[in-house]
Design a protein around this ligand. Structure first.
Ligand SMILES: [Zn+2]
Length: 93
């Protein structure tokens, strides 16, 4: 069963005219802006993705109630910084 969390965070508005940041909202360390998954869940999915294929990761996640497509798994892998010297696919050996 998927778990979803609904957050209601306050917003603050600046009354200063010409303020570049007119709306303020509380940032959550464990939930980057505009993310649908927590940082911890992303790191768990990333651990699965680096030990099996994206399709297998999608299936395993589905078994745990985590809805993520294999394309989203791949996007998560691509945006992970990997040390080039540790990569088996590095270009200049
Ligand atoms: Zn302001």
């Amino acid at each position: 069963m998927p778990v979803s969390v609904r957050l209601a965070l306050p917003k603050w508005f600046c009354d200063e005219k010409g303020c570049a940041q007119s709306v303020f909202a509380e940032r959550l360390e464990w939930l980057p802006s505009y993310n649908r998954r927590s940082s911890r869940l992303d790191s768990q999915i990333r651990a699965l993705a680096f030990s099996m294929s994206a399709l297998q990761t999608e299936r395993v996640c589905s078994q745990f109630g985590i809805r993520i497509s294999h394309d989203a798994v791949l996007r998560l892998v691509y945006k992970t910084g990997v040390d080039e010297s540790a990569s088996p696919f590095r270009r200049n050996r």
